[in-house]
Design a binder for this molecule. Structure first.
Ligand code: ATP
Ligand code: MG
Length: 242
């Protein structure tokens, strides 16, 4: 994949927690308008990479460029302002606040109330159940609805690249299908997406290009169609165990 044309470019990224180096020199590229997926087993470092991109942890090394601008190590609010929005692992919605309050809090850095209002209404149109239940506590939503709220919150900022961390986690098979339909719909509207998943089968099916991460290092990459057919991927990620 030509890194020169990519909207998001990550070079030699390293993430460390104290003495533990979780990500060792990872380079990847997400071209505009594509879905790129990052798959790999538990503890491989997938969340660490997204956290570094979203400004939640400071990279120990490497460079991150978005649309040619250096956004390495910027704090989370600047990452959002630059166009990187994260739907975090486990969703991180505020269960004791209403749906509306969750959205207002996520968007409060917007300059004026009118544009925030318009952005929230746009998300209520996308996810009608959130609009109908806007005054309900977010904790009363089902798992699938909470994931919709997490998506809505990230989309409020109209990101240039949407970072999704295991959106299917903990959902029933039907809801997993629905969430993947949502990802596809957002993509059809033009979104550029970096999708982290343990559900390799679905992730490869909806993505254009894929990276396989193991123990903090990329071990394989290629067009998703090719990786789906790769015996190493089939054995490790698409086998009978899944
Ligand atoms: N805050 C932290 N402090 C110390 N170590 C951490 C921290 N977060 C993650 N780690 C370690 O870094 C490594 C990578 O973790 P990470 O959460 O990035 O993996 P992951 O691929 O997202 O895994 P999963 O599939 O379980 O979500 C693991 O060894 C993990 O124990
Ligand atoms: Mg993770």
């Amino acid at each position: 994949m030509s890194a020169a044309a990519a909207l998001l470019e990550v070079r030699d990224l390293a993430v460390r927690y104290g003495h533990v180096e979780a990500v060792h020199g990872v380079s990847l590229a997400v071209p505009e308008g594509r879905i790129v997926t990052l798959i790999g087993p538990n503890g491989a470092g997938k969340t660490s990479i997204l956290s570094a991109l979203a400004g939640l942890v400071r990279p120990a090394g490497g460079r991150v460029r978005l649309g040619g601008d250096d956004v390495t190590g910027v704090p989370a609010h600047r990452a959002v302002a630059a166009g990187l929005s994260l739907v975090p692992e486990g969703r991180a919605i505020l269960g004791r606040m209403t749906i509306e309050e969750n959205l207002v809090l996520a968007g409060e850095r917007r300059r004026d109330a009118a544009s925030l209002r318009a952005a929230i209404e746009e998300q209520y149109r996308r996810f009608p159940v959130l609009g109908e239940r806007r005054a309900s506590l977010a904790g009363s939503l089902s798992g699938g609805q909470q994931q919709m709220l997490a998506f809505a919150r990230a989309l409020l900022a109209r990101p240039r690249v949407l970072l999704l961390d295991e959106p299917s986690m903990g959902l029933s098979p039907i809801l997993v299908q629905q969430i993947f339909e949502t990802v596809k719909a957002i993509h059809r509207e033009g979104a550029t997406i970096l999708l982290v998943e343990q559900n390799a089968r679905l992730a490869l099916a909806i993505s254009d290009y894929a990276y396989v991460l193991e123990r903090g290092r990329l071990v394989l990459e290629g067009p998703s169609r090719e990786l789906e057919a790769d015996p190493r991927v089939q054995a490790a990620y698409l086998g009978r165990a899944r």
